[in-house]
Design a binder for this molecule. Structure first.
Ligand code: TYM
Length: 332
């Protein structure tokens, strides 16, 4: 029997999961569990490039695992694990840092953004972060890395590092492809349609665990435009707020832009905004309920991440051992 293709991705538990994470990443993972061998993890090691409260980090890491399962990632079919439980990530990260150039890391937009935001803590980890991400990926030899648009650059640098390493040592790493969803690749803030939805602007950010009334309120306050005709039409440049709401509606209902324009023809934003809110509420309702139920079952979640770490380690160490041998480290 032919082996299944491999998918791998992760999310930082640096904040509560939001609609951008769901539509840009998790939904795309959950839609494909039967066709791929899947590895999904909580990228806890990445979060400490920015100061974290330790108790909050622990809580969010476990909560994120519960949310993965609630979104449809069955732990029997997917390997779900915590990054810091598989030391091979940090180990390969060191090796790869010696095959990554200072100049290429300097060009990463996420580094530039975060360095601007956290001027008092521009640490070396923030700078070398894409190397750890390359290690996360290459250890598992995945075919695809399903991420939102903003992480594409990091998958591209991963490909460059892998090709550089392979050109010296032969075909050690598979070269992975980014896998970006058709709808939902870049969700913008509801109050800031020129910037991506992120936890740092909570009033424009819909969290997976927000109560339905809160979600409804956030959509009612979503920024549209002062267009006199107030018509629902897809125009990313001139009507970014409406385009964002259409993207969200399209991602949760599967409707095309034309279908959405037809559905809301002549109805105005007063009807459109609550309708998008309602569609999101209904999509998130079962996820929220199941996450809240699972969080209470600590023993179950512990068994999932333990088993996940074991399965992930098996695959990861196979690659790491090969790399160590290639570069000339003596086997223990
Ligand atoms: P992170 O934790 O910032 O985001 C997790 C995933 O959510 C997507 N995403 C969005 N998609 C659409 N619209 C948005 N507003 C939005 N905000 C976030 C991101 O594109 C991502 O897919 N470095 C990564 C985590 C990581 C990783 C990895 C990913 C670490 N190692 C290995 C893949 C493979 C990050 O910071 O994503």
């Amino acid at each position: 029997m032919e082996e299944k293709k491999v998918m791998l991705s992760g999310i930082q538990p640096s904040g509560d999961l939001h609609l951008g994470n769901y539509l840009g990443a998790i939904k795309n993972w959950a839609d494909r569990v039967d066709d791929f061998d899947c590895y999904y993890f909580m990228a806890d090691q990445h979060t400490i490039t920015v100061r974290q409260n330790p108790a909050d980090l622990r809580r969010r890491t476990i909560q994120q695992l519960a949310a993965y399962i609630a979104c449809g990632l069955d732990p029997e079919k997917n390997t779900l694990f915590i990054q810091s439980h598989v030391p091979a990530h940090a180990q390969l990260g060191w090796v790869l840092s010696c095959y990554t150039m200072f100049g290429e890391l300097s060009r990463m937009t996420q580094f530039k953004d975060k360095a601007e935001k956290h001027k008092d803590n521009i640490n070396a980890g923030l700078f070398t972060y894409p190397v750890l991400m390359a290690a996360d990926i290459l250890l598992y030899q995945p075919d695809f890395v399903p991420v939102g648009e903003d992480q594409k650059q990091h998958v591209e640098i991963t490909r460059d590092i892998a090709k550089r390493f392979n050109s010296v040592y032969g075909e050690v790493f598979k070269i992975p492809e980014p896998f970006i969803p058709r709808a939902g690749a870049r969700i913008y803030g509801l109050t800031t349609p020129d910037g991506k939805m992120s936890k740092s602007i909570p009033e424009g950010c819909v969290f997976l665990l927000d109560e339905p009334e809160v979600i409804a309120r956030k959509f009612k306050k979503a920024v549209t435009d002062s267009d006199r005709e107030r018509c629902v039409r897809y125009d990313r440049e001139n009507k970014p707020g409406v385009a964002n709401l259409m993207d969200i509606y399209s991602a949760v209902t599967g409707c095309s832009y034309e279908e959405i324009e037809r559905e809301f023809d002549g109805k105005g934003y007063g009807v459109f905004k609550p309708a998008v809110g309602e569609a999101v509420i209904e999509t998130l309702r079962p996820i929220r309920e199941e996450t809240l139920r699972l969080i209470k079952d600590k023993a179950y979640l512990e068994s999932v991440y333990r088993q996940g770490a074991e399965r992930a380690s098996k695959r990861a160490y196979k690659t790491l051992n090969k790399v160590y041998k290639k570069v000339g480290f003596v086997a223990r």
